[in-house]
Ligand binder design. Structure first.
Ligand SMILES: Nc1ncnc2c1ncn2[C@@H]1O[C@H](COP(=O)(O)OP(=O)(O)OP(=O)(O)O)[C@@H](O)[C@H]1O
Ligand SMILES: [Mg+2]
Length: 242
């Protein structure tokens, strides 16, 4: 088995007396798609926020390539290559598509080589999302929900992630659009990017994941390959209407 790119051990996060994440452990290996699935309020977003340093871990360890992240600030974590696509997308509606994408690259060096690397990453993102290409100089606020989600992912890709974190990219989107987004995630992964995906859309997430974790009330209750979880009677009963 390969060594974990991300290793989370006994992570706990609390909001005052609300114990949102109660000592969870999981790993993400290089080249994989892993997912953390669960119901409303289970602790998925809180887990992601803790990885990025946006909420403070009360206890536990988050190691990325062997380095402890819980003591670092968010911008330092992003510099290490942990880049989050925000829930609800958080795109800037009064800027153009191009300007939103360029924001993803704002921390990257602007030397000649740096600029040409950004330009080629932009080209790759536009090839991945032809809809964005067509609307590159239009306002982001005029995009559909699915296109805004593509833009949020594209912007994160321009930060050159080594591990892409996504919080419910399927939220509020029609099933056909969700399938398109997930197909693209698979494509990005096939090109070598490691992905950690948090989802309430258990079926779609497990379909694309090498490995899945099920979180309930702040604790991981199941851990198995995506395929086996999809066929697990407990998962079927609780999440897939089986
Ligand atoms: N800022 C906050 N202050 C207090 N409690 C919070 C805060 N954010 C989340 N919680 C609580 O922490 C628990 C976990 O919430 P979290 O948002 O992590 O769940 P989630 O799995 O992402 O849910 P959803 O699928 O609805 O996004 C819930 O009980 C929630 O009410
Ligand atoms: Mg959430």
């Amino acid at each position: 088995m390969s060594e974990a790119l991300l290793a989370v051990t006994d992570l706990q996060v609390a909001y005052g007396h609300i114990e949102a994440v109660q000592g969870i452990s999981f790993e993400v290996h290089g080249g994989e798609i892993r997912t953390l699935v669960g119901a409303n309020g289970a602790g998925k977003s809180t887990t992601l926020l803790a990885l990025s340093g946006l909420v403070k871990a009360k206890a536990g360890s988050v190691r990325f390539e062997g380095e402890e992240l819980t003591r670092l600030k968010t911008h330092q974590i992003v510099e290490r290559g942990l880049v989050q696509v925000a829930e609800g997308r958080a795109i800037l509606t009064t800027l153009t598509v191009r300007e939103n994408l360029e924001l993803g690259a704002y921390r990257r060096p602007r030397s000649r080589d740096g600029r040409s690397a950004i330009a080629s990453d932009l080209e790759r993102v536009l090839a991945l999302f032809p809809r964005l290409h067509e609307r590159i100089d239009g306002l982001a606020g005029n995009l559909s929900g699915g296109e805004q989600q593509m833009l949020a992912i594209g912007r994160a890709l321009l930060a050159r992630p080594r591990l892409l974190l996504l919080d419910e990219p399927s939220m509020g989107l029609a099933p056909i659009i969700v399938q398109g987004i997930f197909r693209t995630l698979r494509e990005i992964n096939a090109e070598g990017l490691t992905i950690f995906l948090v989802e309430q859309n258990v079926r779609q997430a497990l379909k694309i994941a090498d490995h899945g974790y099920v979180i309930e009330n702040g604790r991981i209750v199941l851990s198995d390959s995506g395929e086996r979880l999809l066929g697990d009677p407990k998962v079927l009963a609780a999440y897939l209407g089986g």
